[in-house]
Design a protein around this ligand. Structure first.
Ligand code: XIL
Length: 366
């Protein structure tokens, strides 16, 4: 081969090799400089939300913690803790709306909506449960609580998680919930929807829970909706929390959950999305954010968002449970349980320097 032809041959090989270059899974590499706010990317599909800190428990309010460029990715917000019963109600009977008011103000100034999280829950509600109550007293209190809170935010909060996690892990009722005990049964769930519907008929009313991809639990939730006739009581939709991991659940399981509730005529909100990079294992030692984990997480988010897009006619809102990895509850919790040896987790779309991760671009690419 002459020098000239050898040179052309080398060029052709070079062009072929670089043209086919891809990372291990065959996905194109994402251009990290091409940042488009995610709320804008998904504007024709669903709201993109985030759970945020508002100063409760000595936290820095999210609007002081994150740059505007990051916050522009979200057009829906939920209070991570600030609107839970313990932060709203004191056992002396007083209500405090400081954190919710902060969130509503920020949202109205930035063209975003607010999801109200949450009215009736067994957890972070100790102030509510200090008193012993008969069923009738519990019912009266429930009505007063919902009237006061939903009434305060009437017209400002477009969707409420009215009841959170009323079904236990095995698909049975959560019988250790003080609400269940006050009532001696699950009727408090129906009452809560009736009261919330009355307090703000224009808001959307959700039942919110985790493990909805588990067929036993889902069957129990569906039976609950039917037995308690929740749709006639004002139930509009289902909040699928989506505390998931790198392997679980499969895309098929997610689809099944969405379809099952959509078939009942209910709206779907994905309310608490994050991906546990320790896959629910509380005893695993600290892991590093290697390039293979970075890629695995990106592929996982790409997979999940392609399911959400496929069912976007039913899904109105997708909320991440946090913004940056540093802020995630998963640095302190595993499988829903607090553990006292914090470790770095990497469940969200922004890293510890508030930079969009490869997963951000993967979730936005279609
Ligand atoms: C979590 C918060 O992120 C933590 O900061 C808090 O200590 C415990 O609660 N399901 C829910 C959320 O509905 O309210 C929980 O949020 C996560 C699980």
């Amino acid at each position: 081969m002459s020098k000239k032809y050898f040179y052309i041959f080398v060029c052709i090989v070079f062009v072929l090799v670089s043209g086919c270059k891809s990372d291990a899974g065959g996905q194109p590499d994402f251009d990290m400089t091409d940042y488009r706010p995610m709320a804008q990317v998904y504007k024709d599909y669903f709201y993109i939300g985030a759970a945020v800190k508002l100063g409760e428990y000595d936290s820095t309010p999210f609007y002081d913690a994150y740059p505007a460029s990051v916050l522009e990715s979200f057009n829906s917000f939920s209070a991570e803790n600030g609107m839970k019963p313990d932060n709203v109600y004191s056992s002396d009977g007083s209500f405090d709306f400081t954190y919710g008011d902060r969130l509503v103000k920020y949202a109205s100034e930035h063209g975003a909506v607010v999801r109200g999280h949450t009215l009736v829950w067994h957890y972070q509600s100790d102030n509510v449960f200090k008193e012993k109550r008969s069923k009738e007293e519990a019912r009266e209190f429930l009505q007063k609580y919902i009237d006061t809170v939903v009434g305060h935010f009437r017209g400002k909060i477009y969707a409420w998680d009215v009841v959170n996690e009323a079904v236990g892990d095995g698909g049975q009722w959560r019988t250790d919930s003080p609400w269940y005990r006050y009532y001696g049964g699950p009727e408090y769930i129906r009452d809560a929807f009736v009261f919330a519907q009355k307090a703000d008929p224009d808001a959307l009313h959700f039942y919110n829970d985790y493990n909805m991809v588990n067929s036993t639990k889902r069957a129990r939730v569906i039976k609950m909706i039917k037995d308690l006739d929740l749709i006639s009581a004002g139930l509009d939709g289902i909040g699928i929390q989506a505390h998931w991991n790198l392997y679980w659940p499969s895309a098929a399981e997610i689809e099944k959950a969405i379809k099952a509730f959509a078939d009942m005529g209910l709206l779907i909100h994905i309310t608490e999305l994050d991906i546990d990079c320790y896959n629910g294992n509380p005893s695993m030692g600290e892991i590093k954010y290697t390039s293979s984990l970075e890629k695995q997480l990106a592929d996982r988010y790409a997979e999940i968002f392609s399911v959400f897009r496929k069912y976007s006619q039913y899904i109105d809102s997708v909320t991440f449970w946090g913004i940056g990895d540093e802020d995630s509850w998963l640095n302190y919790y595993s499988g829903g349980r607090f553990f006292d040896s914090p470790r770095n987790n990497y469940p969200l779309l922004f890293d510890r320097d508030n930079k969009p991760k490869k997963a951000f671009f993967a979730a936005s690419a279609f």
